[in-house]
Design a binder for this molecule. Sequence first.
Ligand SMILES: Cc1cc2nc3c(=O)[nH]c(=O)nc-3n(C[C@H](O)[C@H](O)[C@H](O)COP(=O)(O)OP(=O)(O)OC[C@H]3O[C@@H](n4cnc5c(N)ncnc54)[C@H](O)[C@@H]3O)c2cc1C
Length: 511
Amino acid sequence: MTHRPTAVVIGAGIGGIASAARLARNGFNVTVLEKNEKPGGRANQIVRDGHRFDVGPTLFLMPEVWEETYAALGERMSDHLDLKRIDPTYKVHFEDGLQLQLTSNLGDMQEQLERVEKTAFTGFLNYIAEGSKHYKLSLEKFVGRNFFSIFEYLSLGNLPLIFQLKALAKHYAHTSRFFKDERLKAAFTFQNMYLGLSPYDAPATYSLLQYTELAEGVWYPMGGMYRAIETLTAVAEKLGVKFIYNSPVREIRVADSRVESVVTTDGREFIADTFVGNADLPYIYKELLPKNAESARLQKKLYTCSTIMFYWGVDRQYPQIAHHNVFLGGDYKASFDQIFKDHKLPEEPSFYIHAPARTDPAAAPAGQDTLYVLVPVGHLDDGQEQDWDAMVGAARSTVFNRLASEMGITDLESHIKFEIVYQPETWKERFNLEKGAAFGLSHNFWQVGYLRPKNRHSQYKNLYFTGASTHPGTGLPIVLLSARLTTERILKEMGTIPVQDMANTISVASA
Ligand SMILES: Cc1cc2nc3c(=O)[nH]c(=O)nc-3n(C[C@H](O)[C@H](O)[C@H](O)COP(=O)(O)OP(=O)(O)OC[C@H]3O[C@@H](n4cnc5c(N)ncnc54)[C@H](O)[C@@H]3O)c2cc1C
């Protein structure tokens, strides 16, 4: 009888679930060890008194990547997810009272933009066209493939792409080519925060985000983002994956050039042929593997920001709050400096409110509301004192004050039935995110593509990684791509042909 290959996956975030399912579909016997009581990682869910909150992600983007994932597992996404398009995508509020509803309805956009700046609509069309080019090129040439050498990454064929993708231009400065009004530049760059980046440092490549949202759409799975986790976990289980919860891995045991086993905090040892680390990559190097120079190097890399979160069960509804709402702080540049350089709550914080019951009434009891508030803040910084209680208090007051002055919502505080707060230490403790950086390692020029930590350990050849801090990066669909690339690499290195030849994807380059 031939030996059925075995794999152990550390972590049941979306990257761990998708990799486990893909490996199982390709004949592996897979066990997933998850620290917490349920799957999902950052894409988790809290249910309390009839209020249902998505913990992290609220924007379902790049549906074609999701479709490919379900298809590679032998399923149809539409059998699992009931997606609703959210348009207008966001209501954006500026401190001076200007409001914009970002939408794919061109007539509406034209009217709103020309009220702010005469030529802005033409600028917008050009900006989205450039974003479309960036999106397609990035996906095909950088994001959707593995890199096995620096020569491959910086090959003669790829070098012109650095210029075509405006990888060396700063995103905010680059928007001056399209808009003059500072508020419009802000409205079309704040999305960099999804990657945990300041638009003043992010490459102009990331105009691809605005293109994706407006052209490909911002979607919402009925039942919440967590439906994606539940259904992918169910598909993985159907393929034979065994999930073991409440089982934090405390050590990865190695011998020479291989990992031999992993050991959980209660002393159980799991042996396998292949191991996949889905927990945050810098944490795995620092806490689970024998110390080496790489773990120290990873500590010095640039990390994304963190967030303060408020999850509020509210006993009434405020219809003026849309499904997605963004409130931009007054001094846009200073607020990013205070987050990314000073590692604190900005003096004039921006924030985002998610009100899923606008689309999905079942997210709250009848007539009530479920509100999720995300306030970007600096990550944990050992080098300075950070008074998180004070910052949480200041963030909460900012939200109440702006809702009162800009929306006339003056009684929210008295209608909050309960509040759950997450802050950088919560992200660190609950999901082992290094520095509490909510989106993992940053995505500046030096930390993407071949320069991002690799999806296989350089010494332990049977230890692979998947997730936000390895290639290609953060965001649910990008982590789904990571799971695909990691699995393709495992299969290739084992000399196995994938069960499904994935259409429209870029084949793995030779090692
Ligand atoms: C507030 C917030 C908002 C976001 N919004 C969006 C959005 O709107 N759209 C979008 O696409 N993306 C969004 N993202 C990003 C997205 O959530 C992440 O990129 C993605 O969920 C990362 O998945 P992952 O599999 O890499 O890691 P994780 O979700 O971190 O999963 C890793 C898993 O490993 C487990 N683990 C850790 N240590 C151990 C151990 N020792 N043993 C066993 N298990 C362990 C953890 O508990 C966790 O379950 C958001 C993220 C945050 C935090």
